[in-house]
Design a binder for this molecule. Structure first.
Ligand SMILES: NC(=O)c1ccc[n+]([C@@H]2O[C@H](COP(=O)([O-])OP(=O)(O)OC[C@H]3O[C@@H](n4cnc5c(N)ncnc54)[C@H](O)[C@@H]3O)[C@@H](O)[C@H]2O)c1
Length: 450
């Protein structure tokens, strides 16, 4: 599985159940083996990944695992719809995924389960010798972050954190601008996860986005597991959509690293207010005290002297924005306002609309596959993250976003929790590379293959 395959574009339109997307298939040289993929967790996210791999001719989905029979039924329908062989099914209990990992006919595994399962499953998968793709965030505690790194080093199995926002079209165009030094030496970043998730964390137990104020055993989909973290943890529990793209731009773990962080949290009133408004003040959940502050702000310092402000803002009414700002010695990009300023090229003290710049620096991957990626999920970026996973796994090479990245980015959760608990006291990031960041080379992001 070591040689490069090129895309062959087909024009057939296939309904994905999520969107209509052109089928993408890959030229397979004769006798080349397909990548045999097993999926653990086929809830909303896992099913999206399933759709994307089912459309590839260089992948065989050989096994799926989920403890919810309804999700298995949906996944099997998808496989049938794409005319694929029925995968082996697992999920009779919480640890049945280990039986999937024993299968010789699984080369690579995609894990899309609730957060508390991530590290345990990724570790087991690497120990079983599988090329491992793990949804975000990767880990919940510093110990888990180390577990990911140590297991990768102990086994030699690769781990890719499946951070799709790194593949967003504007993010990749700005990365291209950064690599071409348009902004000059980098100084400051802003980012975060600013997404009104009240209707995701609370629902009616029947449909994922259904009205209602239940969670845990009475909820469905993410409210079953995600909301508990808001109840018990005052932390930025979802940092990687924001920090992943910024860390890539400033070469974190490859000539740079995250050094320390301070975090502050506001009061938490958003989820309570939502419960009272939609379930009434006498609803049992109206008595709960959610520990998570509504707006959590962390400031990270890097070894190269940049700062990164990361915001977590998911419990109040607000339109979605990851709030990106990338600022260097010569200028900056701000997503909110869609604007760019480059000294000497923009009119002095005046913003340019960002679209012309972003078009000019459109990333080679988006130029090549953008049209086909559109229906893959989240505006197309889900196609690219899975493409990078599959292509890296076929070659069994280090992925663009590896175990060290998974650890450093996910460490923001426990470090922010500690800092908040201690009135904003600075917390040091462990050096998950054990000093190797000094000589590790940046990944070659600007190419049109994956
Ligand atoms: N990158 C993105 O844009 C993005 C978007 C949504 C979710 N996510 C991430 O994907 C993951 C899953 O989120 P989701 O929205 O699909 O949640 P979900 O609740 O819809 O799906 C999780 C699935 O895991 C299954 N599961 C739980 N425990 C299991 C076990 N022990 N063995 C096998 N299956 C098990 C559940 O039955 C469920 O079907 C989370 O980590 C989330 O943060 C990422």
């Amino acid at each position: 599985m070591s040689s490069r395959r090129d895309f062959i574009k087909k024009s057939a339109i296939i309904g994905t159940g999520i969107a209509m997307a052109p089928s993408l298939s890959f030229g397979m040289a004769k006798n080349e083996k397909k990548l045999r993929v097993g999926l653990i967790g086929v809830g909303l996210r896992g099913t999206n990944h399933l759709n994307n791999v089912l459309q590839r001719e260089d992948v065989l989905v050989t096994a799926i695992c989920d403890t919810d029979p309804n999700r298995i039924a949906i996944a099997l329908q998808r496989a049938e719809k794409y005319g694929k062989k029925k995968p082996k099914v697992f999920g009779k209990n919480d640890f049945d995924y280990r039986n999937l990992l024993e299968l010789k006919e699984v080369d690579a595994v995609i894990i899309s389960t609730p957060w508390l399962w991530h590290t345990r499953m990724a570790k087991d998968s690497m120990l079983a010798g599988k090329y491992t793709g793990l949804e975000v965030s990767a880990a919940n505690t510093i110990e888990e972050c180390w577990d990911l790194v140590n297991t990768h080093e102990q086994t030699g199995s690769h781990l890719m954190i499946l951070e799709n926002v790194n593949y967003r079209r504007d993010v990749l165009a700005v990365l291209n601008m950064v690599k071409q030094n348009v902004f000059g030496e980098l100084v400051h970043f802003r980012c975060g996860y600013q997404h009104d998730l009240r209707f995701v964390k609370l629902n009616d137990g029947k449909s994922a986005y259904g009205k209602g104020v239940e969670f845990g055993d009475k909820g469905i989909s993410e409210s079953v597991w995600r909301t508990q973290h808001s109840l018990l943890r005052n932390a930025d529990v979802y940092p990687t959509h924001g920090v992943g793209p910024m860390a890539t731009m400033c070469d974190v773990n490859r000539g740079n690293r995250l050094m320390s962080l301070t975090s502050h949290a506001t009061k938490g009133i958003g989820l309570h207010n939502y419960i009272v408004k939609n379930g009434g003040k006498d609803h049992p959940n109206a008595k709960l005290k959610f520990k998570q502050g509504d707006v959590i702000t962390s400031t990270i310092e890097t070894a190269n002297g940049e700062t990164i402000i990361v915001t977590h803002d998911c419990n109040l009414p607000r339109p979605y924005s990851l709030g990106f700002r990338v600022q260097g010695a010569n200028g900056l990009w701000e997503k909110d306002g869609d604007r760019i300023y480059v000294e000497g090229q923009s009119k002095p003290h005046q913003w340019d609309a960002s679209n012309e710049w972003l078009d000019k620096y459109d990333h080679p991957l988006w130029k090549k596959y953008g049209e086909h990626a559109q229906g893959a999920g989240h505006g197309g970026m889900d196609f690219f993250v899975i493409n990078a996973f599959v292509e890296s796994a076929k070659r069994n090479v280090a992925p663009p976003m590896d175990a060290y990245d998974a650890a450093a980015w996910s460490a923001i959760t426990p470090l922010s929790e500690l800092s908040i608990e201690n009135n904003g006291e600075p917390q040091d990031f462990p050096d998950f590379t054990r000093g190797m960041w000094v000589k590790r080379k940046p990944y070659h992001w600007i190419k049109d293959s994956y």
